[in-house]
Design a protein around this ligand. Sequence first.
Ligand code: 3HC
Length: 287
Amino acid sequence: MPDISRFGVIGCGLMGSGIAEVAALRGLDVIVAESTPELAAAGRDRVAASLDRGVLRGKLTGADRDRALARLSFTHDLGKLADRQFVIEAVAERREVKLEVFRQLDKVLTDPDVVLATNTSSIPVVDLAVATGRASRVVGLHFFNPVPVQKLIEVIPALTTSADALDRARSFATEQLGKEVIQAPDRSGFVVNALLVPYLLAAVRMVESGAARPEDVDRGMELGCAHPMGPLRLLDLIGLDTAQAVAESMYEEFKEPLYAAPPLLQRMVAAGHLGRKSGRGFYAYDA
Ligand code: 3HC
């Protein structure tokens, strides 16, 4: 199977920017599409800032950063992705937004062998697949935050995914992006979030009920179970809005009360306390 050289990423938020960065560092030609010129420019700044941090920490040389930046281009015109061999969608975790991206992508992509992946955390991959005229070429590739650090990608075949598209997605993830994969079922939450989300929501309920303070919950899990960060710090990293959206999709699918977003989480999202990205969540962060 020839390597993918022309890669596309839709959406340049936390996840999309991390995926674009990793792909460019691994030598791929990457086009990143955002919905407006302003968001495309902000996406470029996000990737450039992360590469700069890599240089400051001695992880990358200035030349690595410059080569990666030269392989990246940013656009607000989805049509620029026409010649891509592999495209991943990493827009906000909202069904309608993702469906619209898949419908539009289907119209612009010209390579009949192109693979369309989604980084959704919780929306059924098959729903996005059947929004296109090429459901056999659509697959889930679920990355973890921060993308440059976390080794795992969940690979999720939908009922419609062909063996060839699945193989291509697996080899792209492992051989080209250098990640490790597990195969996960096309059920809301896949494997990791199905276990992680009820745990995170239980931590929110513990704080909401006044039973424990955030810092005690987090220190408990960090020192007691050697987790790199406790559940509330992790929610701040993931983004409370994203966590809420994932919990709601899982609840919608299973009607399992443990998946229901607690009122405190909903109120924090309504208040704009989204975690690190907004400067405030369970903790306060520098801008
Ligand atoms: N890009 C590149 N490298 C980064 C980075 C980034 N954005 N953030 C951290 N790093 C690197 C640092 O350079 C450092 O490398 P080194 O050890 O070789 O020097 C290493 O990661 C550790 O970083 P720090 O010393 O700054 O900070 P920590 O030791 O506190 O680690 C962390 C930060 C990597 C975020 C760690 O706390 C962690 O792994 N936390 C758990 C994250 C997690 O569980 N993610 C999954 C979320 S669920 C998800 O994404 C799914 C979605 O659907 C909800």
